[in-house]
Design a protein. Structure first.
Length: 209
């Protein structure tokens, strides 16, 4: 982890006074791929905003990881936001998906800036709305789609999010993401490969166009 002071890449606020306050109170840190940022049960003193890279947010249930969403550049984590606003323990964990740069804002400023600056309030409200829609889609995906459809949906969403057709996930990792077993995932992936939808490689899955 390294620390920098270049705040110019966060472009979601417009007020000059707010930009100055962010510079004075915030901090920017860089993390390598696979670093844990937040653990379930942790109290948060800062709100993370991704400047570059991406974060995977998930919950753990009976040794299985349940993917909630990804946090991409210019976005924040609403689970962290809720923990900051209400001074509660985090109900999710967060890990960097790639080398990632993050702006950390002290939790004590989040509500103050909502009342004080229109662009910050809009940023926070949009974060809630966008993530709510995404979580609703995920819920519908789990409830109404069969597991083979969920696998393809996940692979397509990963490809779009990360701008790549090669998904660097093992069968076990994909099973964790979808809350099932490696045996089930391996069988489904083999069926999708037979149908010409994917190509299985050692260490990654190629999504065919």
């Amino acid at each position: 982890m390294t620390t920098t002071k270049d705040f110019s890449s966060f472009n979601k606020v417009v007020e000059l006074d707010l930009k100055e306050e962010i510079k004075q109170s915030g901090s920017i840190q860089s993390f390598k791929k696979g670093e844990t940022l937040i653990r379930e049960g942790q109290f948060l003193k800062t709100l993370p905003i991704v400047l570059s890279g991406s974060i995977r947010v998930f919950q753990t249930n009976e040794d299985r990881e349940i993917l909630l969403y990804y946090v991409l550049p210019q976005e924040t984590c609403i689970m962290s936001l809720a923990a900051c606003l209400f001074n509660n323990e985090s109900t999710s964990s967060a890990v960097t998906e790639e080398d990632t740069e993050i702006l950390f804002v002290p939790s004590s400023f989040v509500q103050i800036w909502q009342k004080k600056y229109a662009s910050w309030n809009e940023y926070i409200m949009k974060a809630y709305r966008n993530r709510y829609d995404e979580l609703l889609d995920s819920f519908n995906n789990v409830v109404f789609k069969k597991i083979d459809q969920r696998v393809l949906t996940y692979l397509n969403e990963y490809a779009t999010t990360h701008n790549t057709q090669n998904i660097p996930l093992s069968h076990q990792a994909l099973a964790y993401e979808l809350g099932t077993t490696r045996v089930v995932i391996s069988r489904i992936l083999k069926n999708h490969e037979t149908q010409g939808k994917i190509i299985l490689h050692r260490g990654y899955i190629e999504l065919r166009k």
